[in-house]
Write a protein that binds this ligand. Structure first.
Ligand code: AMP
Length: 493
């Protein structure tokens, strides 16, 4: 049994309906149960008249089976969803709510949510309870290429930006997953990323398209190598999906026997270190290591390459691969441009940014990634960024978003956030802050700053250190001089 992304229906019912479809942090369901729960969800939604909602719904929770049921039901209903994991502070969910104008939050967690002017539907233990009801706005007609989901990524203006991904893009992505990776229905996708990151879309959509099993791992499990390895062993996980940063495997490599069910290592999101790929290729001779590349704005990934001994020998810096079918990679003055159906319809309600980043090339959608790279025999190599976006521990962060939150604190005159790198890799981010004149210098401003940041930003965006400066050094253009700031920080540390 599997989910057909063309018809948005369950299909091939005769094949293995009793196989596990989803293992969540709160239970497991077979494919038969999965289909019937999706149907129940759709029936409930239609009974409320919500299948014609004008605005996307927020799906709140953390790795519950219900989240996956809701995703597939919402796809059938053609109601777009925004995944919001419990790791997000409430203020961030509130700004997503305001940007998206959502009328409905589906809460799969045990938390009681407190948001104004929205309906809140609790969906737990397969039961629906409307804990708050507010009017909903209905759409007059459905678009020809309805959105499936919106993922909010870090935004340089201080607010996250919503990347809109359409049905056509998801269909194109799942077709690639079915045809070119060798995955089979007996595979078990090991999920680590939370659903609000686009990396999770790999396993979230692929397990359905292939008719495989999805093994969700909570943050607590993912952060504890022993718990994670136990779960992989228990459920015979076969496809590992993560950023290279999340490869604790590296340090636990002598325990490979605990992971010998793995047939594929699928990486995306950051430069795959040569040393990591080499260890995996040597220690897991039966497994295939894939390096893939792409931003959220182009639906998970656009290029792929199998890293084997020959590639390792030839390339000290690993390539990120060839373009998937039906998409193209262009290099425009060093910048990687992605063209194809997988490109997003744009950022939600951000016409200014859309003009800058999304283009049309020969009638197709294109995205200017901000990544620098080059092609060698159609194989893409990644060289870095042309802006202030960084990856830290696998998380995508706009440094200006942190700086904006700092600048909004009423005791801060001016702040700047800089990355500290080793061998080209960001190791930590730190902020330098000039306080307003007249503020009480004996006060514990670091504690105040942390409180301010924690209320707005997820934990992975909090700088690991702060330093106070008397005056912001400026460069010739009148902007903060980041080189000077780095020197200043290192001298003071
Ligand atoms: P995200 O939208 O979180 O998936 O982050 C996308 C960004 O991660 C890209 O624009 C690149 O800067 C970086 N990235 C993604 N995949 C790779 C890769 N395989 N190697 C190097 N950088 C990557």
């Amino acid at each position: 049994m599997r989910f057909c992304f063309d018809t948005k229906q369950f299909t091939d019912q005769a094949i293995n309906p009793d196989k596990l479809a989803v293992v969540g942090e709160n239970g497991e369901i077979t494919w038969t149960e999965f289909e019937s729960r999706v149907t129940d969800f759709c029936t409930f939604f239609k009974s409320k008249g919500w299948d014609q909602l004008k605005f996307p719904v927020i799906l709140y929770g953390h790795k519950q089976v219900e989240m996956i049921v809701a995703v597939y039901a919402l796809m059938q209903l053609e109601v777009p969803y925004i995944p919001a994991d419990v790791i997000y502070p409430k203020d961030r969910v509130e700004s997503i709510k305001q940007i998206s104008k959502t009328n409905l939050i589906i809460n799969c967690s045990d938390e009681e949510l407190d948001f104004q002017d929205v309906s809140i539907l609790s969906f737990r233990n397969n039961a629906f309870e409307l804990s708050q009801e507010a009017p909903v706005i209905l759409a007059e007609e459905k678009p020809t290429d309805p959105l499936v989901y919106l993922i909010f990524t870090s935004g340089s203006t201080g607010e996250p930006k919503g990347v809109q991904i359409s049905t056509q893009a998801v269909r194109d992505f799942t077709q690639w997953m079915r045809e070119d990776f060798g995955f089979k229905p007996h595979d078990v996708f090991i999920n680590i990323a939370v659903l609000s990151f686009d990396l999770s879309v790999y396993e979230l959509m692929s397990f359905g398209a292939i008719g495989a099993t999805l093994l969700l791992n909570s943050k607590t499990v993912s952060e504890n190598p022993d718990l994670l390895m136990d779960r992989v062993q228990k459920y015979n996980g076969t496809i590992w999906v993560s950023t290279p940063s999340f490869s604790f495997i590296y340090s636990r490599i002598d325990e490979v026997s605990r992971l010998d069910s793995i047939r594929y290592f699928l990486f995306c999101g950051e430069l795959l270190p040569h040393s990591l790929a080499k260890v995996l290729v040597e220690k897991f001779p039966k497994a295939i290591v894939y390096n893939t590349y792409g931003p959220t704005e182009a639906t998970v990934a656009t290029t792929m390459i199998e890293i084997d001994a020959a590639i390792l020998d030839k390339h000290p810096i690993l390539p990120v691969g060839r373009s998937k079918p039906r998409s193209r990679i262009l290099i425009d003055q060093d910048e990687i441009v992605i063209v194809g159906k997988n490109v997003s319809l744009g950022y939600l309600n951000r016409p200014d940014l859309n003009v800058e980043k999304f283009i049309t090339i020969e009638g197709e959608r294109g995205f200017k990634t901000g990544d620098q790279g080059y092609l060698e025999d159609e194989v893409l190599f990644f060289k870095g960024r042309n802006d202030d976006q960084v990856k830290l521990h696998g998380f995508r962060i706009e440094l200006n978003e942190i700086t904006s939150v700092l600048n909004d604190l009423d005791f801060v005159l001016q702040a700047e956030t800089i990355p500290l790198k080793r061998n080209g890799e960001v190791k930590k981010i730190v902020s330098l802050i000039q306080l307003k004149t007249g503020v009480d210098e004996s006060k514990d401003w670091k504690a105040e700053i942390l409180e301010g940041l924690n209320s707005k930003l997820p934990y992975y965006m909090i700088p690991s250190d702060f330093k106070f400066i008397d005056k912001m050094p400026l460069n010739q253009n009148g902007k903060a001089d980041k080189k000077m700031l780095e020197q200043f920080y290192l001298a003071k540390s």
